[in-house]
Design a protein around this ligand. Structure first.
Ligand code: BDR
Ligand code: CA
Length: 311
């Protein structure tokens, strides 16, 4: 089987790190374009370079937008991922290079060089992708697939605006641009993520059995696990890893529904919510393949391999 060819837009972030390790284990990565989100851009860029060092690859890293398109964000996710986004372990300054090409331009260039070849995997706020689309609206024609981690399709979000999920709530205008521009994409939402958390004991077994990637992940995931345990979230929740699993192997999806999804931009309590036209009442094109369930055993196998743990 040929290896998937990926272009990853991300805001690392603990679960972004696991997703990137999965991508490295199962696919070729054309580049990492970096957004602000979980923490500020300086940290997310540095964390991407730390991962490139850990994996011993020469994947190019492109810095993107430090701010959402329109409004300043109301919150970041440092309280989950740590102030530096990687659990505040204090890793040394990475050596991996940072490209001087802005992320949005890199997304356009790489998809022009390899039209129809790359699966775009969006693991953070959609700011870079929206900017690229405004520069060149033909971008969707050049990607093989788009997979987005974002949204809360029945309103069970994870931000201060109750129905909003973090990636969409951080930059709703960007998500709006992307959701309107792409005629089809896979949407892996926060609610699916909760249904596909890993048990603590099984995950600890993989960490103990894995290689240096497991050692690294075991360090950075500590803060997030502590936060989740205090907030009634059980197990190891790996949103971006789930989206990456769908990107790597669409055959893993066991239940999904194709619906029109729009982003609320104005609501006092609902800004950033993903509004799903479940009953197809509005006559809008149904562009989102909403992933509701995946094969958990196959998902787990992908994560284990990414950590270097035997099957
Ligand atoms: C998403 O928000 C971030 O905190 C995670 O990295 C993930 O991309 C989950 O809502
Ligand atoms: Ca993320």
């Amino acid at each position: 089987m040929t290896r998937p060819q990926l272009l990853i837009d991300t805001d690392p972030g603990v679960d972004d790190a696991l997703a990137i390790m999965m991508a490295h284990a199962h696919a070729d990565i054309a580049g990492l374009s970096i957004a602000a989100g979980n923490v500020g851009l300086g940290h997310t860029v540095r964390n991407a370079r730390t991962l490139v060092d850990l994996l011993g690859v020469d994947t190019p890293v492109f810095a993107g937008c430090a701010m959402p398109l329109v409004r300043a964000p109301e919150e970041d996710a440092a309280f989950v991922h740590g102030q530096d986004g990687f659990g505040d372990i204090g890793f040394p300054e990475p050596v991996a290079a940072l490209s001087d090409e802005p992320a949005a331009l890199a997304l356009l260039r790489l998809t022009r060089e390899r039209p129809g070849e790359l699966t775009l995997v969006a693991l953070g706020p959609l700011t870079n992708l929206a900017l690229a689309l405004r520069l060149d609206p033909t971008l969707p024609q050049r990607v093989a697939r788009l997979v987005v981690m974002g949204g809360a399709v029945t309103g069970h979000g994870n931000t201060g605006k109750v129905p909003a999920e973090f990636n969409i709530g951080f930059d709703p205008e960007a998500a709006h641009v992307v959701f309107e521009a792409f005629p089809s994409f896979d949407l892996v939402d926060w609610e699916a993520t909760l249904r596909h958390a890993f048990g603590d004991a099984e995950f600890d077994g993989w960490l103990a059995a894995g290689d240096q990637r497991a050692d690294f992940f075991g360090q950075i995931v500590g803060a997030a696990r502590g936060y989740n345990a205090k907030h009634d979230r059980s197990g190891v929740i790996a949103a971006d890893a789930l989206a990456m699993a769908v990107a790597l192997d669409p055959g893993i999806v066991t239940r999904s529904e194709i619906r029109a999804v729009a982003v609320e931009l104005d609501g006092r309590l609902t800004r950033g919510a993903t509004v799903v036209d479940w009953a197809a009442r509005l006559g809008q094109p149904a562009q989102a393949n909403i992933v509701l369930e995946v094969d958990q055993a196959r998902f787990a196998a992908m994560v284990r391999r990414a950590l270097g743990a035997p099957d």
